[in-house]
Design a protein around this ligand. Structure first.
Ligand code: ATP
Length: 227
């Protein structure tokens, strides 16, 4: 039986206007992400990786075409509906962790769950579990500035999955780390995706990590093509 489709992009277009120029970044892009799958997005700087991730994750609206998440067509939804889906079903990880500096690792991970309405005790329990899972349980009460770069990224990954999303979208999640730390952080992210039945689209310039994913795609003339 074919794996369940979690995310689909259908003939997606995305254009920007820069001064007099119209930039076409996505031009009839088609893509499907299945449950349990990790896909690497490998493309040169400026090719449109962030644009693709933001469009897939409902942060940006396509100019044409459709983004379908768990069978729901998100294009014509209101901003409120899109925000709700994004909060519940999409986890984002960026190159820089964007953790809140005045809160501990545990509190940073608990935050999205509190915003969703979970009781503080439950949110903290799940945050502690995720920290253990990412092998940084001992760092629970440290603030981001007291953590190494690799630890900060592991907290950011734990926060991204705190609300048990359906899809994880990551924009150069190890881009700021040395190769050994990058590999270690990737191990933790891979284990999490594989264990929880998530799926992930991960933009990376790291060919070794890309080789460990199920598939590799790139952007060519505004289309998503297999590598
Ligand atoms: N809001 C915007 N308005 C105008 N142009 C934009 C906007 N966002 C992105 N662009 C342009 O679209 C192109 C693709 O940008 P994007 O950030 O998606 O590329 P990228 O592949 O993620 O690059 P990098 O690897 O350097 O982060 C770039 O030329 C960029 O200047």
């Amino acid at each position: 039986m074919a794996a369940e489709v979690v995310l689909a992009l259908k003939r997606v277009e995305r254009h920007y206007v820069q001064g007099e120029k119209k930039l076409t970044i996505l031009n009839g892009a088609e893509f499907v992400l299945h449950r349990g799958e990790m896909v690497a997005l490998v493309a040169p700087s400026g090719a449109g990786k962030s644009t693709l991730l933001h469009t897939a994750g409902l942060l940006e609206r396509p100019d044409a075409g459709e983004v379908v998440l768990a069978g729901r067509q998100c294009g014509k939804m209101s901003d409120e509906q899109r925000t709700a889906i994004r909060r519940n079903d999409v986890g984002f990880v960026y190159q820089f962790h964007h953790l809140l500096p005045e809160f501990s690792a545990l509190e940073n991970i608990a935050m999205p769950q509190l915003i969703k309405g979970l009781a503080p005790k439950e949110a903290k329990n799940r945050a502690a579990q995720l920290l253990d899972y990412m092998k940084i349980g001992k760092r629970a009460h440290h603030r981001p500035a007291e953590l190494s770069g690799g630890e900060q990224q592991r907290v950011a990954i734990a926060r991204a999955v705190a609300n048990a999303p359906l899809v994880l979208l990551a924009d150069e999640p190890t881009g700021n780390l040395d190769p050994v730390t990058a590999s270690y952080v990737f191990d933790a992210m891979e284990a999490l995706v594989r264990q929880s039945g998530l799926c992930a689209l991960i933009a990376t310039h790291n060919h070794e990590l890309a080789a460990r994913m199920n598939r590799r795609v790139t952007l060519q003339d505004g289309k998503i093509v297999d590598l």
